[in-house]
Design a binder for this molecule. Structure first.
Ligand code: DC
Length: 211
């Protein structure tokens, strides 16, 4: 039987880094579900198709190949914005959730990260983490990441952007971002990546013992 770790949280909370570290430490397969929304959005943009036609977007979602998700291409800002728009459509979500649920069953174990993993995609996951940090801290991390890449960044614009993305992700009618009732909350505002990893590890080890 497989073992699934569900990780949710807002943009730039550190859940991607944490998910990759956990997958590596336990030898589990990892899926960043945000990339599936991004790949759908990119396919629409590339084809010059509208972002608000649900039937067309659903078809693109059904064609997404989980093996071909390229983070370096999909990370671009305008793709994230488009992804957040198509993510409000129930037919798109149904198509991508089906693919994500199939992935979750892979052996020997899986780590899925996103917005609705513990609530909708894998409601029976034995470990659910909700990774968060204040909007201010998340904006500061993103700002420093961009400066670190040698590019210019405007903190206020990034801060506004983080808050806007939160509103859209938490306010949508279908599968809004929220912690599952049985999720462990990990607030990384004042925590290093290493401390967050250690906290997650003790939760996972305890659940593995029970399994
Ligand atoms: O985590 P990210 O920035 O790559 O996600 C891009 C968008 O996709 C985000 O604004 C919301 C959406 N998303 C979602 O609705 N459900 C998920 N499980 C993952 C992402």
């Amino acid at each position: 039987m497989t073992f699934t770790i569900a990780i949710d949280g807002p943009a730039a909370a550190g859940k991607g880094t944490l998910s990759r570290q956990i997958a590596e430490a336990y030898g589990f397969q990892h899926l960043d579900t945000g990339l599936t929304y991004r790949a759908t959005a990119k396919a629409l943009l590339d084809a010059g198709l509208p972002l608000d036609d649900e039937a067309v977007a659903e078809k693109m979602a059904r064609d997404v190949d989980l093996a071909g998700l390229d983070r370096s291409v999909l990370a671009r800002h305008h793709i994230g914005e488009a992804a957040s728009k198509i993510a409000v459509m129930p037919a798109v979500r149904r198509a991508l959730v089906e693919a994500q649920q199939a992935f979750a069953g892979r052996e020997p174990g899986t780590v899925l990260d996103g917005r609705d993993i513990g609530t909708v995609v894998c409601p029976h996951a034995p470990v659910k983490l909700y990774v968060t940090a204040s909007a201010q801290v998340r904006a500061k991390r993103r700002y420093e990441e961009i400066l670190g890449q040698g590019a210019e960044a405007d903190f206020e614009a990034i801060f506004e952007d983080v808050k806007k993305r939160d509103e859209r992700d938490m306010g949508r009618a279908d599968s809004p971002l929220k912690p599952a009732a049985d999720a462990h909350l990990l607030d990384t505002s004042e925590m290093s990546i290493e401390a967050a990893f250690q906290a997650a590890k003790s939760i996972i080890d305890a659940a593995l013992k029970k399994n």
